[in-house]
Design a binder for this molecule. Structure first.
Ligand SMILES: *[C@@H]1O[C@H](CO)[C@@H](O)[C@H](O)[C@H]1NC(C)=O
Ligand SMILES: *[C@@H]1O[C@H](CO)[C@@H](O)[C@H](O)[C@H]1NC(C)=O
Length: 387
């Protein structure tokens, strides 16, 4: 339980109604928020490089732990660990994101499922790189949950910035909603970049009553985004003075319609996964079709200079495209794990993202890098992208 308490304490900024032991008890209102919004008082501030750049590398869909009773499952994880070590050594990112489906939970055992988190953390701990995780539908299964993975990660990986939202935010089995501030200089009053992480849930609730979990970001996250951004604006100045990047494992529902409009010249990268039922949020059951709309609208309304929204889940897709209804850029990750469905010819790799300037309106470079070093799908995410 210790870790649960720590995680909650770290996520205090969102909940004006949550009593925080060391805060002076005052009436709950937006004015009771701490002026210093730093959710990581005990961690090093994350900063841009002296040259004004900041590089992220995204691992996605690692799918550790398949068929531990066979040879091929463990061999996949050996290959995935090799990929992680190769990429981290070559790319030297300033921050790593693990964007969901760390583990194929269906194949895990109640008594030792989170040991797979330790395996995944090993290359990251060795590289001593700050990072955080979002979780996917395969991370919620009978013998594993998002919350269990988060607690284990915080325990075994000192440079983890993963948090949970206050209790009551995120819906059933969806605790992983949080943000991470990145500063231009360590002593700046306000961050220049906010990394947002959202929990799109899915999969199954834990045993013994395992049943399907909704496959979208819960509506409670929409109002939480409003509260968090209002607190940021009050503490740091207008939203337009910062930029943002958002990560969520399952693509928002609106991305499904974008696929039909792709132009290989404007939207380079593999497009091998036709988006259908279960491929984007709120599509597992057609009756839920608009359930992620509150989240999608809140995200695009309250967060300014949102350079891109980034998802995994569909292993055969690598493209970036502009989503016209919210006028926001969406990018797929690259399937990083040798586990999970796929085709050898798709390759395995990462998405790199480089901010070249702390100017919140500047373009951002991104591309896919395969394990062997090949790169493809390079684009600049700016006002002109996709037009
Ligand atoms: C979960 O773990 C238990 C205990 O190890 C095991 O018996 C069971 O087969 C596992 N899988 C599922 C889907 O329950
Ligand atoms: C968990 O226990 C099972 C059954 O003993 C074993 O096959 C598997 O490798 C173990 N998993 C981990 C991650 O240690």
């Amino acid at each position: 339980m210790m870790f649960h308490t720590a995680a909650l304490a770290l996520s205090l900024v969102g909940a004006c109604v949550q009593a925080i032991p060391f805060q002076i008890p005052v009436l709950a209102s937006q004015f009771t928020r701490p002026v210093n919004l730093n959710p990581y008082p005990n961690k090093q501030r994350l900063v841009f490089r002296p040259d004004g750049s900041f590089k992220l590398t995204v691992f996605s869909d690692l799918h550790f732990g398949e068929n531990p009773w066979d040879d091929w499952g463990p061999q996949q994880d050996v290959n995935s660990l090799r990929l992680m070590r190769t990429v981290l050594a070559d790319e030297k990112p300033d921050y790593v994101v693990i964007n969901g489906d760390l583990i194929t939970g269906e194949n895990t055992f109640r008594e030792n499922s989170t040991l797979l988190v330790d395996e995944i953390m090993a290359p990251i701990n060795e590289a001593k790189v700050p990072f955080s995780s979002a979780h996917g539908n395969h991370d919620n299964q009978a013998n594993i949950t998002h919350l269990e993975e988060i607690r284990r990660e915080i325990r075994v990986a000192p440079l983890s910035y993963t948090r949970t939202a206050p209790l009551g935010i995120g819906g059933v089995e969806g605790p992983g909603n949080y943000w991470v501030p990145i500063y231009r200089h360590a002593k700046d009053k306000a961050p220049t970049l906010i990394l947002w992480f959202f929990d799109s849930r899915g999969g199954f609730s834990p045993n013994p009553s395992s049943k399907p979990v909704p496959d979208w970001v819960d509506e409670s996250v929409a109002s939480w985004i409003g509260q968090e951004t209002a607190a940021m604006n009050a503490a740091w100045g207008p939203a337009s003075s910062r930029m943002a990047l958002a990560f969520v494992h399952i693509p928002p529902h609106a991305i499904q319609a974008v696929q039909a409009t792709l132009d290989p010249l404007k939207n380079p990268g593999l497009n091998a996964d036709q988006l259908g039922q279960g491929s984007s949020q709120a599509t597992a059951d057609p009756a839920d079709a608009d359930k992620d709309v509150p989240f999608w609208k809140a995200l695009n309304t309250h967060i300014k200079n949102l350079r891109a929204v980034i998802s995994g889940h569909d292993h055969g897709n690598e493209w970036c495209a502009r989503e016209p209804t919210q006028d926001v850029i969406f990018c797929f990750d690259k399937h990083s794990g040798y586990g999970g469905y796929g085709d050898r010819s798709w390759g395995y790799g990462v998405r790199n993202i480089v901010f070249q300037s702390a100017d919140p309106t500047a373009g951002v470079k991104t591309w896919i890098r395969l394990e062997e070093g090949e790169t493809r799908g390079a684009v600049v995410l700016d006002e002109n992208f996709g037009l």
